[in-house]
Design a binder for this molecule. Structure first.
Ligand SMILES: [Fe+2]
Ligand SMILES: [Fe+2]
Ligand SMILES: [Fe+2]
Ligand SMILES: [Fe+2]
Length: 313
């Protein structure tokens, strides 16, 4: 592959990664707003596929010498009802299908082409799923209009809303941070740290769901802006940053728990808080086994780039 073609592929993969990130958020938002239902679970399943795609693309960006990113592409926040949301999801899949069909023709590397073909097949399946979900959502909407409807949720206290808002922004950041660290460390000789970070990223996505469903259940839009994400260059620095994140979160959740009023919402934050303490202890254990940080040469700045140079395809 010529350097120019390589640059063009990296650029296209970065745009695709931003769109995968957008798809994760668009679908999770819909699932949370639909509350606990079979359909919401299926939509969350599609969001998990998009998370896998984000991971695959980000790995390739790093392998080819590019900078991975946590920026989000166009996210469709429009539509007022589940059938309208599903229509917008069909459109998102159509955009992805068109993009991957174009990208597959530009990729010279057979392994990259195979990975893009795998992602493209998922998007084609998702499109069909969202068409079916739209029909189901339409039927559910019609049935709900005929029934008397469920009792609306009691208003949420300001302090409870503040805790959930903060939690959503934190969990979103933790999910991104652990995913980034996971794929950056994936080619290191010992994959345990990478695998654990990926597992805990999925756990943070569950927390996002617990908190997000409560906000959405009260008719409140989630704050879809993550807290800042740290991406240091080596395993030990990443784990140190992850430990700091967990410590800060435990302290914040602990503080919110002394002020929150609704027992159900408190229970949700308590559950997340307990798991954050586990994450902190797990990351501390992993840090003890992580490769020692290399002493930086005078004047040398450690960046993602320094890690990339050590990678092989
Ligand atoms: Fe995707
Ligand atoms: Fe998709
Ligand atoms: Fe969490
Ligand atoms: Fe955590």
């Amino acid at each position: 592959m010529t350097p120019i073609a390589n640059d063009a592929i990296i650029k296209a993969l970065r745009a695709a990664a931003m769109d995968e990130h957008a798809a994760i958020i668009q679908y999770l938002r819909h699932a949370y707003m639909m509350g606990e239902s079979e359909l919401a679970c299926e939509i969350e399943g599609v969001a998990r596929d998009e998370m896998r795609h984000f991971w695959i693309l980000s790995r390739w960006i790093v392998k080819l010498g590019g900078e991975p990113l946590t920026d989000r592409g166009f996210t469709d926040f429009g539509g007022a009802t589940p059938p309208e949301w599903m229509e917008r999801n069909v459109q998102a899949e159509d955009r992805a299908i068109a993009m991957y069909r174009e990208l597959i023709g530009r990729a010279n590397d057979p392994d990259l082409r195979a990975d893009i073909a795998h992602v493209l097949a998922d998007e084609e399946r998702h499109r069909g799923q969202f068409v079916d979900f739209g029909v189901e959502a339409q039927a559910e909407l019609a049935a709900a209009t005929e029934s008397t409807g469920a009792a609306p949720e009691a208003p949420i206290a300001v302090v409870d809303k503040e805790a959930l808002d903060w939690g959503v922004q934190h969990e979103y950041a933790a999910l991104l941070q652990y995913l980034m660290h996971s794929f950056l460390l994936h080619t290191q000789p010992n994959c345990e740290i990478s695998d654990q970070l990926e597992l805990q990223a999925i756990n943070e996505m569950q927390h996002l769901g617990w908190l997000g469903e409560e906000l959405a259940g009260h008719g409140i839009e989630l704050p879809w802006t993550p807290h800042p994400v740290e991406v240091p260059s080596d395993a030990a620095s990443m784990l140190e940053s992850d430990i700091r994140l967990e410590q800060g979160t435990s302290a914040m959740y602990g503080q919110f728990l002394t002020q929150m009023t609704d027992p159900k919402l408190k229970g949700v934050v308590e559950d997340a808080h307990g798991q954050e303490l586990y994450h902190e202890s797990l990351f501390n254990r992993l840090l003890k086994r992580a490769p020692q940080k290399a002493a930086p040469e005078p004047g040398k700045t450690w960046t993602i780039g320094s890690l990339k140079q050590k990678e092989t395809k």
